[in-house]
Design a protein around this ligand. Sequence first.
Ligand code: PGA
Length: 247
Amino acid sequence: MPETIIAGNWKMYGRQPSIDALTAAIAAIESSATVIVFPPLVYLAQVRQALQHTHIQWGAQNIAAAFEDGAYTGEVSGAMLADLGCRYVLVGHSERRQLFSENNTTIATKFISAQAAGLIPILCVGETQEERQAGMTKDIVMGQLQAVIDMAGIEAFKQAIIAYEPVWAIGTGLTASPEQAQVVHSQIREHFATIDGTIASVLTLLYGGSVKPGNAAQLFAMPDINGGLIGGASLDADSFKQICQAV
Ligand code: PGA
């Protein structure tokens, strides 16, 4: 069975006091899902301190590409993230693809580096508004996935999570309807099933893009949606709690 996961992506938001307050409130959340938060890198140690004796997990929003520790100014290695108790790392988020020029090769490399450090990558994929309107959603999403399958190998997906995040729904207040999201999720599962049926049947598929307390339950009720990757609403402890309890 796929695992049910609710992940909060805090992006580049927060200061020490607000991170402390948010973390303390999230520590008290009870959910049947695995709950993971992704704070900005500089606050990872602080979040670890607050969460280490709770059931809430934490991870990183980014990882250096193909590098072991070394002379790479400004980068953070998978080994360093593991040293801070991270179990998960986001890879391929559309903001990294669009604003930081990460392409499928960079993303596959980061995916491999994450696993080499013992981390579980959450691989984000999704189409833009123009791509959806042009009827290219399936081609774009499967292309993004296949690029990683080609480089990392299908077996790597035994230790990976996928997040379908339509770019047009991220931070816009526009959410894919549960039916629209389910169509893509089932296509993703079918794509994997053509390669390895066992992996396909246990693969955790998260939906992301303007998930809020008001739409979470309907999204999570879809058969191939195994939880969510939450941006804006994860910065508000009460909203995040409601989403964690909507599974
Ligand atoms: P959002 O972000 O929930 O604010 O749309 C989702 C994400 O970027 O992961």
